[in-house]
Design a protein around this ligand. Structure first.
Ligand code: C2E
Ligand code: MG
Ligand code: MG
Length: 376
């Protein structure tokens, strides 16, 4: 180890000029204080560091060995990234850890905006291992039948327990997966899990169905109807136990492909809901062309109730009913909202007032409890 540190120090010094300073502050961390030409971001010199470290380290005491290793570099530049030595060192350090965590060579320190980008980059890189390392899991939220008081429908919602960043919401990582191509694997993983769990829930009540969210990407995957049908077969459940949710905006983005794929899916026995309804730009005439059986009114309508949004909700429910579609109200956080939906003849309610998204075992208890209440 000592020999390597000495050799690293020599190679790095070889890159620097007499006016620069190189120091080892401890462990395997080196700091370089470098005066840069005007307008330079230091990239060139960092490349020289990497080049200097690229060749294997050869030792022949007692036997010949060659050692290869990696480095991560973070940089902070005076005065943009700090005007004191302390702040420059701290920010360079932070940039180095970001590089290390993301598994990339080199990060230049930057404040908020860029750290958002860097977080996305990190999530994008880390997602590659999320499935393999068992970091994803599903939660299940009941969808309550307002008129009958029963729960026969459950929505599966994915979560990512990241090893260092904690719990990541699908709102954050799904768009990233859509960009980096991970979405196919995610869709398949979610589908497998939810179908397997559906089999278990159906032992409580064979009429249960699970709603699974589909990304708009499936509309460019002509094989998706067969793939999903196959997973149902493997899981020994009927396609009739699975409802698929697609958002209004994704179905609108590629209407012809959406109609084609959704028709194939319904032909196989799946039912379809339009999710987050009211936030996109679809017209009801377009909706009549899609083989959907249900609309889910976006939670923003109930969460920001007031002004005229109750009238808008009522109008959406009536129009949906006139098209023979069932309606789910999302974001039911209070009893008042549930009563309001009931009075508006809404079919289903989903929200924290009924239950938050729950782990499978808790949901199973919830189902058993509500069955008991029903029979009582
Ligand atoms: P969504 O399909 O509209 O799911 C409903 C979201 O509302 C969920 O957020 C749920 O936790 C939240 N929610 C439920 N009840 C309430 C309530 O009373 N109040 C409030 N404020 N929120 C409530 P979540 O789980 O964060 O999921 C967000 C979105 O991510 C989902 O919206 C869905 O579009 C997407 N998503 C989730 N799981 C998957 C998945 O497996 N695949 C795909 N492609 N998308 C998914
Ligand atoms: Mg949904
Ligand atoms: Mg929704």
């Amino acid at each position: 180890g000592d020999l390597i540190l000495i050799e690293v120090a020599q190679r790095l010094s070889g890159v620097l000029r007499g006016t620069d300073t190189l120091a080892r502050m401890g462990g395997d961390e080196f700091y370089a204080l470098i005066s840069l030409p005007h307008n330079s971001d230091g990239e060139l010199i960092v490349q020289k560091f990497f080049a200097a470290l690229q060749a294997p380290f050869m030792f022949d005491d007692p036997d010949p060995v060659s050692v290869l290793f990696n480095a991560n570099v973070g940089t902070a530049i005076y005065p943009e990234h700090g005007i004191t030595a302390d702040s420059l060192v701290k920010n360079a350090d932070m940039a180095m850890y970001q590089a290390k965590n993301a598994g990339i060579d080199y990060v230049i320190y930057s404040s908020d905006e860029d750290s958002k980008l860097r977080r996305q980059l990190k999530l994008s890189l880390d997602f590659k291992e999320a499935i393999e390392n068992d970091q994803l899991f599903l939660l299940y939220q009941p969808i309550f039948n307002i008129q009958s008081g029963q729960v026969k429908k459950i929505e599966a919602l994915v979560r990512w327990q990241h090893p260092t960043l904690g719990l990541i919401s699908p709102v954050e990582f799904i768009p990233i997966c859509e960009r980096n191509g991970g979405i196919r694997e995610l869709t398949s993983w979610v589908f497998h899990q939810a179908c397997r769990q559906c089999k278990v829930f159906c032992q409580v009540d064979a009429a249960l169905s699970i709603s699974i969210n589909l990304s708009g990407h499936v509309f460019s995957q002509p094989e998706i109807p067969d793939v999903l049908e196959n997973i149902c077969k493997i899981s020994d459940i009927s396609t009739g136990n699975i409802n698929l949710e697609v958002t209004e905006s994704t179905a609108m983005a590629k209407p012809d492909q959406a109609i084609e794929i959704l028709n194939q899916l319904t032909a196989k026995g799946f039912t379809i809901s339009i999710d987050d309804f009211g936030t996109g730009y679809s017209s009801f005439s377009y909706l009549t062309m899609l083989p959907v059986s249900e609309l889910k009114i976006d939670k923003s309508f109930l969460l920001n109730l007031g002004k005229n949004s109750d009238k808008v909700i009522k109008a959406m429910i009536d129009l949906a009913h006139s098209l023979d579609l069932k309606v789910v109200g999302e974001g039911v956080e209070t009893k008042d909202l549930l009563v309001l939906l009931k009075n508006m003849q809404c079919d289903y309610a989903q929200g924290y007032y009924i239950a938050k998204p729950l782990p499978a075992d808790k949901l199973q208890l919830f189902l058993l409890k509500s069955l008991n209440i029903e029979t009582a």
